[in-house]
Design a protein around this ligand. Sequence first.
Ligand code: HEM
Length: 410
Amino acid sequence: MNASAKALAASFDLEKLTSEFYDDPYPTYRALRENEPVKRLASGTVFLTRYDDLVSTYKNTKSFSSDKKREFAPKYGDTPLYEHHTTSLVFNDPPSHTRVRRLIMGALSPRAIASMEGDLIKLVDGLLGAIAAKGHCELIEDFAASIPIEVIGNLLDVPHEERGPLRNWSLAILGALEPVVSAEAAARGNKAVTDFLAYLETLVARRRAKPGNPDRDVLTRLIQGEGNGEENGERLTEKELLHNCIFLLNAGHETTTNLIGNGLVALDRHPDQKQRLIDNPDLIKTAVEEMLRYESSNQLGNRMTTEQVELGGVMLEAGTSVTLCIGAANRDPAQFPDPERFDIARTPNRHLAFATGAHQCAGMALARLEGAIAISRFLSRFPNYAVSGAPVRGGRVRFRGFSSVPCALG
Ligand code: HEM
């Protein structure tokens, strides 16, 4: 490995990222993987880039905790953001995590997800029709971002006329998870949690008074809990219910927008793979997996050691904060032959875009369905589409995607 890669790895600081890094983080990730795969950053956090090290960390819930109370107390203080994040299932350990996850997985059943397909196709075709009428499109605003918010709105059966603020609440809450949070971003995040909670309280009260169809309406399922509301079934507390509804909206929003946006841009940048998908539409499933691997929309995960533990030959003390770099692991040549190549038929493709282990994404079947329907229908309606100006990156390190992509329809 040459000196410049060593220097790149040595100077890496998650809190001082350059515009080159936001543009293309993969040379840095490679330099880290090859030179300092278990890298201690100036902040004290340990940054992991090897596939095997991520898998061991995700699978070892005894030594690596997801509970963020200790880390978030100084970051957020006693605020709505603190209450929100520390009540979300993703930032909890067993037994609380196990209980809440069982209820959420029960609500996001394969039947509930399969029943969404018809509405999803209608939604996507409606957006494609509006884009065709316009003659050009802004890929993120007009298409990618419009899908997940409606899908999760449908999932919780939020009335259409009340969906307006959801996207900005979600962006503000997730923005406050960045490694560095300005006072202004924290204030935006806190206001978003407060407004979102106030809205959900009214929505839940209405749904309790008039329950929906539990086969289709995840909110009704979550309110009723296990056993469809029978006395002895497990249920979420009110606080768990509200914060985990916010979490569901957030978890499924920016990530899926980025999957669709990143996927369509990757096809545009790899015309051979685009043509291959046009000629072989059945490859859409493996294509979506490759999009998830190649430009993972959620690039970073976090854990905290609960005890002294060895990882990749390095001894970590108890209380060490660990950042798992999914974007780097998904291009590790030890797991993926020729990892920089975008290959829509790649098999096997055991990427970590949805993580693995106890906290593996609870919405991955839904995300895959949204990605496959959105991308395949866009491509079949506009096979000659082309990115027509410089795409603008979202400017986040945790969630990788574009905020705008001008696009000609051909
Ligand atoms: C492309 C889209 C998506 C990506 C890349 C993604 C990625 C992830 C990742 C990496 C995690 C693990 C976090 C960790 O433990 O560190 C996660 C957890 C989670 N995701 Fe997703 N996600 C996506 C879409 C969705 C959707 C559509 C939903 C639901 C509607 C969802 C719901 C969840 C939930 C509830 C968890 C927490 C699971 C737990 O802690 O047990 N996600 N997701």
